[in-house]
Design a protein around this ligand. Sequence first.
Ligand code: NAD
Length: 497
Amino acid sequence: MAAKVYKNLIGGEWVESRFGQTFENQNPANTKDIVGIFPKSNKDDVNQAVEVAATAFERWRLTPAPRRGEIIYRCAQILQERKEDYARDMTREMGKVLKETRGDVQEAIDTAFYMAGEGRRLDGHTVPSELPNKFAMAVRVPLGVVGMITPWNFPMAIPSWKIFPAIISGNTCVIKPAEDTPLSTLNLVRALMDAGLPPGVVNIVHGYGPEAGAPLLEHPDVRAISFTGSSEVGRIIGQAAARNFKPCSLEMGGKNAIIVLNDANVDLAIDGALWGGFGTTGQRCTAASRVIVEKGVYNQFADKFVSRAKAMKVGAGIDEQNDMGPQINQQQIETTQKYVEIGKSEGAKLLTGGNRITAGGLGEGFFWEPTVFGDAHGKMRVAQEEIFGPVISLIPTDSLEQAVEISNGVAYGLSSAVYTRDVNKAFKAMRDLQTGITYINAPTIGAEVHLPFGGTKATGNGHREGGIGAIDFYTQWKAIYVDYSDRLQRAQIDTGE
Ligand code: NAD
């Protein structure tokens, strides 16, 4: 059967790339399965989408925010109805197991309901004026057209974190989804269009980063950029945005650690570390690729953890029997392979895994064994650099203080976790871990949409997604003074003395 052909969405119309070029979206569990053919867009397509979005902005910003919220609320209901179909599409293009892709769609649903409510809030503030008969307030106003560039690992949730807060605030947008997972973003936006979103408010331009993403950074009508992806690409994006004076939100890589103390519930910590490290095949920005274990429980933890890792069933995510799906593409497999070799050469002990899986009909996909290194130390490259694969390093430690130092001793600062039953230790860790998110007695993954999401150091540039932090990014403050005294009153001069 011929693969389905998909198009860009510009001004409410489904259109081909202007030069007619396309690319294939492959199933990472079986590369012979082509999920669809998508437009390979370039600067002309991006410019057209931005122009349409700029025109749509003039009407959308005047649409009352509660009306905008109703459309987003209807979108949430449509996503609920289509949840299973969209989860299956996502597993087919991205690889992660069905229970996780259902979670990814659910995250978009949660964000939609949350942001729909913002339509009746979007609060600013009023303060007293220093002059008599004068009213002072600060209101939120939208920015205009926002350019969005997203990664493949949460292909519906991450676009939803950007699109819903942007449009509830009155902005319009052009999104360039990851080239590995274009369908899930398209499904999200299709649900919005079916919910009654006016044409041009959200536009999709598919394609590769340098051709279809970079032009967003240069277009004068794009007023802000929201990017999620690697720190390497984030640096390029941030520099271009700065050159063009565009506000820019960067959500980037992670090297997250779970700390397990001697007093922890070790079995609970093992459950958490398996889910945190191997969930999404280790391809989460919040993945726990380091587990720092206090020496009193290290051997017990390592033995049980390795036998649980060995017992994991790896295979196509669409089969509900499987615990872990494939990696996204050949490049990610090669990165994982490279780091396994680096770990061995650095002297970390390979306790299980370390190989690509081709047996059992998995040869056409990008499958890798759940891999555990033992006796690692914090300065090894496998414990410093983001691998983005199913590779976990166990690091023995003497104390909480040392564990926190190891956890903090990386370039990134997204998520951290501590397993302990000692409330004093938990609070010290909550204070001292230099990450944007910290969990106690839960793994490093599992953020909820109404709390701020983002990290420190090379993970982010200070903005937050999720919760009210997202509204802060997609609006700017406008101060308004209303003088009803009927005379000239000069601030700082007519002080009444
Ligand atoms: P990536 O940086 O390779 O690509 C991200 C997006 O940027 C893609 O859409 C890509 O096409 C685009 N892009 C690439 N080069 C570009 C360029 N020169 N100009 C403009 N756009 C360009 O990242 P990825 O491989 O898709 O995703 C994995 C990375 O994302 C990991 O580092 C992970 O930690 C990170 N991530 C971070 C978060 C977070 O919130 N902190 C969430 C998910 C993923």
